[in-house]
Design a binder for this molecule. Structure first.
Ligand code: GUN
Length: 295
């Protein structure tokens, strides 16, 4: 293996240790306990698993947490009333409405009702709008994209002036990570299903972020020697040799690409572990901002 492994577990652990130390200090000096509310609607098993990991992590870092679980047929007005109540709850500094919502609910309207100061997911249209404008600062940035940048920074990979290629243009990862890279003065190309020559475009990247949801799509000859490869994909592929009958794999052909790249994130064990770490960081910042300790 020539590439250096970017170890998400090791980096996330450092972030959690830093957060725990700050929480202890906030409590001791200011009597503040950061609080996160999660809102889950329906019984989607993946969403249930994500929400329960988020709550577990809150307990571990010393946060107060509230878990609201509503039935799948919850009317829009009821969900909106819950969000309003959480907006007004002074013990709560972050509100996370787990996506996707059941299809009868108006997701954009719900997200826009979350107080800007408690939008720890960074999905409020104003926070996204600020992220998409030059010289504006969102109060929060979306967690998975923030995790990608944190991995690059903590691995000493320069972003300014780098050629960055983002594969995928989702609202949750592709678009916001491209904006974050642009804010950090990378030259950014966003690729999607209509991009003409994907391998050639990717080969120009010093930083390649793969977030398309296609197992092992990025091959070794798509990667510039020495590039930093950040794999956001988490795909289940059938594997009868595994006890569960499947294995998890990223959007990057890890075994081949690690022989070419300079740095690479594994799946699992890479970006995935950073999302909740960044959510905890955002919630801590929300609590500090509410107390006037940061802008
Ligand atoms: N569903 C998948 N990723 C996310 C995320 O980062 N936040 C929320 N709220 N829902 C998600």
């Amino acid at each position: 293996m020539t590439a250096q492994l970017i170890d998400g577990k090791e980096i996330a652990t450092k972030v959690y240790d830093e957060i725990k130390a700050e929480v202890a200090e906030l409590k001791a000096k200011h009597g503040i306990v950061p609080g996160l509310a999660t809102v889950l609607v329906g019984e989607n098993p993946a969403s249930q698993a994500y929400v329960s990991s988020k709550q577990k992590r809150c307990t571990e870092v010393g946060f107060h947490s509230i878990g609201e679980h509503l039935p799948a047929d919850t009317p829009q007005a009821e969900l909106e009333a819950l969000v309003q109540r959480l907006n007004e709850d002074p013990s709560i500094h972050g509100i996370l409405v787990q996506l996707p919502l059941p299809s009868h609910l108006d997701e954009e309207r719900v997200l826009s009702l979350i107080s800007l100061e408690k939008d720890v997911d960074g999905f409020h249209p104003i926070n996204i709008g600020r992220l998409s404008m030059k010289g504006r600062e969102p109060l929060f940035v979306p967690c998975t994209p923030a995790g990608c940048i944190e991995l690059l920074d903590r691995s000493g990979i320069p972003i300014e002036g780098a050629e960055a290629v983002v594969l995928g243009r989702s609202n949750i990862v592709g678009l916001p990570v491209a904006m974050l890279l642009l804010h950090r003065n990378a030259t950014v190309t966003i690729c999607h299903s209509r991009t003409k020559d994907l391998p050639a475009t990717c080969r120009g990247a010093d930083i390649l972020v793969a977030a398309v949801g296609r197992p092992e799509m990025v091959k070794a000859d798509w990667v510039k020697p020495g590039a930093a490869v950040i794999d956001v994909g988490i795909n289940r592929v059938d594997d009868p040799t595994r006890p569960r009958g499947y294995r998890l794999t990223g959007d990057v052909d890890f075994e081949a690409v690690k022989e070419v790249a300079g740095h690479i994130t594994p799946v699992p064990g890479g970006v995935g572990l950073m999302t909740i770490a960044m959510l905890m960081q955002n919630t801590l910042n929300g609590a500090k901002r509410a107390a006037g300790l940061i802008d």
